[in-house]
Ligand binder design. Structure first.
Ligand code: IMP
Ligand code: MG
Length: 188
């Protein structure tokens, strides 16, 4: 990487914070019982941290778990295979589960996780994603709770990365391609 890349802000801190409070209201209206939140690592960690505190503010008392999934990617393009790098520890049988992920793109990651938890006997698995990119789905799935419908750009920040960089940004943005090493970006 040469120089300091510029990041164009798509969703700033205030907009994200406001939308997360609204999502928590939507989630509480779905009347979850015995709720287990399962955050999909790594990209969702910041969203999940803010969302579970918003769930607390609307009166929910979820248990919180993590699953680390990897959708093998070639640069910024999904390969279609999903692997479990770290599994949940809880027994999900009979429970309402809220899966939390950063982005719904091809839909493979969320579908994989949802199928896994249903196969283990969860009563209901709903999904909350910060962003969804429409028109990119390889699998027919919609999230129950969506923060923002996002343009078809590779986004970073607020937990999301390119090669482990930019996760610390408190906003969601797009890296300005002009200063970037080309192998970090699409080989489409
Ligand atoms: P899907 O399985 O194609 O729906 O991809 C979802 C996963 O790919 C997300 O959980 C992200 O980790 C990653 N991903 C997809 N698009 C982006 C992006 O624009 N920036 C960063 N990560 C992304
Ligand atoms: Mg992810």
């Amino acid at each position: 990487m040469t120089g300091t890349p510029r990041i164009r802000v798509l969703y700033d801190e205030q907009i994200i914070a406001k939308r997360i409070e609204e999502l928590a209201q939507e989630i509480v209206r779905s009347k979850p019982e015995n709720l287990l939140v399962v955050a999909v690592l790594k990209g969702s960690f910041m969203f999940a941290a803010d969302l579970i505190r918003a769930l607390h503010r609307v009166g929910l008392e979820p248990q919180v778990e993590f699953v680390h999934l990897s959708s093998y990617r070639d640069g910024t393009v999904s390969s279609g295979q999903v692997a479990i790098l770290r599994d949940v520890e809880s027994d999900v049988r009979g429970r309402d589960v809220l899966l939390v992920d950063d982005i719904l793109e091809s839909g493979r990651t969320v579908t994989f996780a949802k199928d896994l938890l249903m196969a283990r006997g969860a009563k209901r698995v709903s999904t909350a994603v910060l962003l969804e990119k429409p028109g990119k789905r390889a699998v027919n799935i919609d999230a129950d709770f969506v923060g923002f419908t996002c343009p078809d750009l590779f986004v970073v920040g607020y937990g999301m990365d390119v090669a482990h960089s930019y996760r610390q940004l408190p906003f969601v943005g797009v890296v300005d391609h002009a200063n970037q090493s080309p192998d970090l970006f699409d080989k489409k």
